[in-house]
Design a protein around this ligand. Structure first.
Ligand SMILES: O=C(O)c1ccccc1NCC(=O)[C@H](O)[C@H](O)COP(=O)(O)O
Length: 124
């Protein structure tokens, strides 16, 4: 699996693409790091049973080197979630459902971006 991942990363490199290598647990993160991934996502959603554990990305953050871009994924629905992930050292946050369901997507994105930047915001 690691050999395949390294091969895919080489292909992305050749094409000038940045690959987001998605992981869910310690073993997958170690594999992504040793394959040389520059961007690693830690999914709070277990794609085997679709359960979401919001603490997963935070819990595993220490396994990702500082020079690697760390993306916290899934189960992010509130401004306070983004704030918590920023404080835990997330470089980026991947959000799906919250944006899809938002009545005002522009305002939601603006509020989430402010939280990611550490700017105070009134709405949650
Ligand atoms: O990637 C998949 O195979 C997959 C399968 C089934 C559901 C979701 C899948 N991937 C995307 C995700 O894990 C999340 O939708 C994404 O990270 C956003 O999460 P959320 O903000 O909770 O919608």
């Amino acid at each position: 699996m690691k050999k395949k991942l390294t091969h895919y990363l080489t292909i992305c490199d050749t094409l000038g693409l940045d690959a987001l290598v998605e992981t869910h647990d310690e073993e997958e993160i170690k594999m992504a790091v040793s394959a040389g991934a520059g961007v690693i996502g830690v999914n709070n959603r277990n794609l085997k049973d679709f359960s979401v554990d919001f603490s997963n990305a935070v819990k595993l953050r220490h396994l990702i080197p500082e020079e690697v871009i760390y993306v916290a994924e899934s189960g992010v629905s509130r401004i306070s979630d983004v704030e918590a992930l920023r404080q835990a050292g997330a470089d980026a946050v991947l959000m799906g459902e919250v944006m899809m369901r938002a009545k005002d997507q522009k305002a939601t994105l603006k509020a989430m971006k402010s939280a990611a930047a550490g700017v105070d915001n009134d709405c949650d």
